[in-house]
Structures are given as structure tokens and as C-alpha cells.
Design a protein around this ligand. Structure first.
Ligand SMILES: *Cc1c(COP(=O)(O)O)cnc(C)c1O
Length: 380
């Protein structure tokens, strides 16, 4: 059973259905004058409206990209290309690598970079933003954190940044479909989203660019995407993203009631029944689908391997792929003590998660924790 939806999601059956015709008969190039092109072009524009509708913005403000990472790169590098060495970038210490490493690269290229810290709950200060930012300042803060689910008050911060002349970008990849996003009366200038975190396939994303905000083209070539992102459109995936955004809007209520209740039950049972369990992240300002729990003195990887024996997929915060077993930069930034940071385990559910699946996790986790504690050199 799949409880790793912040890593990627299943393609919704309705989404697959919507994209299939574009692999078969509807193969025209949207730029073509003939009917093969026209039909496909209308489908791309319909998808643009579906994405815009989810955000409460107009369709001309939506650019399709190849992923959330590309959207973030476009926003940050585009801003840098306009302001060059005058560029000041403010971001948080807990951003996804797609923002964090892009900002660090731009620092090497001459930008000034500030990575603003978070508190023990993973929350960013709102006071910090009471200062004068000029028009050469870009503030890029994630709407919701992929590891802890913590939601930043991005609108409140965007208002402050905007009022002093700065530009505000948000990586909203984890927020889409989980928190209502209404940008119709907002100070947010740029917003990134990704298809595969919201039940569309991997390899498609979008960037919202508010009217009046100009960033240079990211890919030069043809006139596609208003000349901002050249290259023949990935029509089936764009159609998929549109459909996924329409579904995300329709399911937002369910996500915040039924899905939230499932997550709450999973979380409270694990905290009550597993020894040394402690919640990571702000309990109130948080995504409805995510819980991140540390289990004192044991390794997150060991938990994942034992869970995998029951067919349960979750995620740990450690960057084990690098072979370093360092705790994640998010746990480090929150100042989570070593014996807890190493065992941080994320369960992220979706609208497809069932009550029975949650029951199974609640049943198998306490003995797994018990077993690993009995082997741990850190437990007396
Ligand atoms: C997954 C993710 C990304 C990257 O999106 P891709 O489409 O995989 O490139 C960016 N930001 C956050 C917060 C994410 O969770």
C-alpha cells in the first residue's frame, strides 16, 4: 500500500482517459493551421483554462513546463537574468532542492543569497519580512513543505514583500489539491506546480506568471507558450495536467475532511502506540495528507525496509541515496536532535488511501519500532 504521495502520486483513471486520444488520432501539432492542429490547440487551451481555474487566475498567465523543477528554475534564473549581479534572493532553509540548489547556483553567478531559517516546528517567521526590499529582490518560499507538510503563510509574506517593491515566487508543488489556492486577489507573482504530485504523470508542470511580471524566455526557439518556452507542446501531458487540476479542485473538500481525518487517526495512533514517537512539524499549519514522525534512537531506513516487507511504502528524511546517511536538511534546519532526526518517517496519503490501509499501518508499526529499539545501541 502506497503512503508516499508526497514523492509521487498514482495517475488518476480520469486523467489517463483524458490523455489517451492524444497518443492515437489526435496527434496534430497545435501550431498547425489545418484541422489536425486546431483540434489539438483547443485541447491545450482548455487545459490552460483548467489550471488557471484552479488558481483563480487567467489562462494567459499559465505557462506549461516539463516539471516542477523547470518551473522553479524558470522563475529564479529568469529573475536573475534581468537583474544580474544586483539580484538579491531570499529563500528558506527548508526549500526543495529545485529551489535551494538553483538559488545556490545563482549565488555562485553573483546573486546575493539569504537562506532564512525556521523554528523547531519548521515554521518561518513573518516578522523577518518587515523590511525594505527593492525591485531587484526575489523572495522564493515554498507554500507547503514536502517532508513535514508545514504550510508557510505565503500570502501574508507576499503582501509585505510586494508592498516594499520585491517580487514573490512560491513553490506550490505540495500545496496543489491539498490547500485552496486562490490567487485572484493575491500578492504572489510567480507560482510553480507539478503534475505528478497531483495525479497527473511525471514530466509536466506549470508556472503562473502574473500579468505585468516580465521574465525572459527560458527556452529560445519557436513562439510556443507566448514565446516564453519554445518547443512543441507535450500535448497529452498538458491535457493530463489540466484534467488533474480540475479534479484537484473538485476534491479539495474531501482532502480537508475525509483525508485529513484518516491522517489524524494514523498519526494519533502511531504517537500513542509507538515508543519514543514524536511528531515533526507545526501541528496546526500543515497539509491534511502528511504526517512526519520520529522514533527515538532508531534508523528511518530500517523502518522503511521492515515496512516494505508488509508492502507498505513510506519515506524517510535521510538523504540515504547519497550514501552519507545525513539527516535531511529540513530536520537539520528545524534543529531536531540527532537521535530523532535520523528516524524521521513520512507517511503521505491521498484520496485513494483507504481506512483499511491506515489500520494495517497502525497494526504493524508498534512491533517494528519495538524490534528496532531492542537492537539499538542508543536504548538502555
Ligand atoms: C516534487 C517537488 C518538486 C519537483 O517537482 P518535479 O516535477 O519532480 O520536478 C519541487 N518542489 C517540491 C516542494 C516538490 O515536492
Amino acid at each position: 500500500m502506497y503512503l508516499d504521495n508526497n514523492a509521487t502520486t498514482m495517475v488518476a483513471p480520469e486523467v489517463l482517459e483524458a490523455m489517451l486520444p492524444f497518443f492515437k488520432d489526435s496527434y496534430g501539432n497545435p501550431s498547425s493551421i489545418h484541422r489536425f492542429g486546431g483540434m489539438v490547440r483547443r485541447s491545450v487551451e482548455r487545459a490552460r483554462e483548467q489550471v488557471a481555474d484552479l488558481l483563480g487566475v487567467s489562462a494567459e498567465e499559465i505557462l506549461f513546463t516539463s516539471c516542477g523543477t523547470e518551473s522553479n528554475n524558470t522563475a529564479l534564473k529568469g529573475f536573475f537574468h534581468k537583474h544580474r549581479s544586483n539580484t538579491k534572493i531570499y529563500t528558506s532553509a527548508v526549500e526543495h532542492p529545485a529551489v535551494r540548489n538553483t538559488a545556490r547556483y545563482l549565488k555562485e553567478q553573483g546573486a546575493t543569497l539569504h537562506e532564512v531559517g525556521v523554528d523547531k516546528q519548521g515554521m518561518i517567521s513573518t516578522q523577518f519580512w518587515d523590511q525594505n526590499f527593492g525591485s531587484d529582490t526575489l523572495v522564493s518560499l515554498m507554500w507547503a513543505n514536502n517532508e513535514t507538510g508545514v504550510i508557510f503563510p505565503v500570502e501574508q509574506i507576499a503582501q509585505k514583500v510586494k508592498s516594499s517593491g520585491g517580487v514573490f515566487h512560491t513553490d506550490a508543488v505540495q500545496a496543489v489539491g491539498k490547500v485552496p489556492l486562490d490567487l485572484s486577489d493575491s500578492a504572489i507573482d510567480l507560482l510553480s506546480l507539478s503534475g505528478h504530485k497531483v495525479h497527473a504523470p511525471k514530466g509536466v508542470g506549470a508556472l503562473f506568471v502574473r500579468k505585468g511580471i516580465s521574465i525572459p524566455p527560458f527556452l529560445h526557439g519557436g513562439h510556443q507558450e507566448y514565446g516564453m518556452r519554445a518547443g512543441t507542446e507535450n500535448v497529452p501531458y498538458i491535457v493530463a495536467l489540466g484534467k488533474a487540476c480540475e479534479l484537484a479542485k473538485a476534491h479539495i473538500e474531501d482532502e480537508n475532511t475525509r483525508v485529513r481525518a484518516l491522517r489524524d487517526r494514523l498519526e494519533s495512533e502511531l504517537l500513542a502506540k509507538c515508543k519514543g514517537a514524536k511528531l515533526n512539524g507545526d501541528k496546526d499549519s500543515r497539509l491534511p495528507n502528511t504526517t512526519n514522525i520520529s522514533f527515538e534512537a532508531i534508523e528511518g531506513e530500517a523502518i522503511l525496509l521492515l515496512l516494505d516487507e508488509y508492502g507498505i511504502a513510506a519515506s524517510s528524511g535521510s538523504a540515504c541515496t547519497t550514501g552519507s546517511l545525513e539527516p535531511s536538511h529540513v530536520m537539520m534546519a528545524m534543529g531536531i536532535p540527532y537521535t530523532f532526526a535520523h528516524s524521521s518517517t513520512r507517511f503521505s496519503i491521498s484520496r485513494y488511501t483507504t481506512s483499511e490501509e491506515v489500520d494495517t499501518v497502525i497494526k504493524v508499526m508498534p512491533p517494528i519500532v519495538e524490534k528496532l529499539r531492542s537492537l539499538s545501541p542508543f536504548v538502555e
